[in-house]
Design a protein around this ligand. Sequence first.
Ligand SMILES: Cc1cc2nc3c(=O)[nH]c(=O)nc-3n(C[C@H](O)[C@H](O)[C@H](O)COP(=O)(O)O)c2cc1C
Length: 168
Amino acid sequence: MKFEKIDPKSVAENSAKLIGSDWMLVCAGDRGGFNMMTASWGAFGFMWNMPAFFVFVRPSRYTYEFMESRDFFTVNILPESRRDALNICGSRSGRDCDKAAAAGLTPEFTENGVYFAEARLVFECRKAYSQMMEAGSFADKTLVEKWYAASDFHKMYVGVVERALAAK
Ligand SMILES: Cc1cc2nc3c(=O)[nH]c(=O)nc-3n(C[C@H](O)[C@H](O)[C@H](O)COP(=O)(O)O)c2cc1C
């Protein structure tokens, strides 16, 4: 797939649909090692006067280790025809298998990280802020009961979009 650089602000799609329905493939790492996972909780918005992604990763995910140790991550939006790949990357762990091979995805390496040739949109994000969610910070405590019964709180990462690509 060939890509062209785009202005992140030119993405006309509704981000609630982009993330909540199309889903994201969040990837961090480099040639020495990388991992990716499906994510459907997060946001694409504007922070510190820059386009930014907000992604939420539980520390139990293998991807978390790469999110922690690397300065960049990518958000990949795949076409509907690759829904199978998203299901694989959202149900299997890179600890147990070669997920890229299992999902039929082709990693493309840049100086900052990894994206996938099959994506229709790619956002290369520089980690700007991260914070573990805490029970005490929830105004709505029913969310804690519903989603964090095992105290496995997400860590939020805010990544400033340094480069956005669209498949030609
Ligand atoms: C549709 C969908 C959305 C998901 N969203 C998230 C998410 O936002 N955050 C998260 O931590 N896990 C999310 N997951 C779960 C991870 O993708 C899943 O646990 C994955 O197997 C982790 O892989 P890893 O261990 O290789 O990192 C989602 C799974 C699916 C199927």
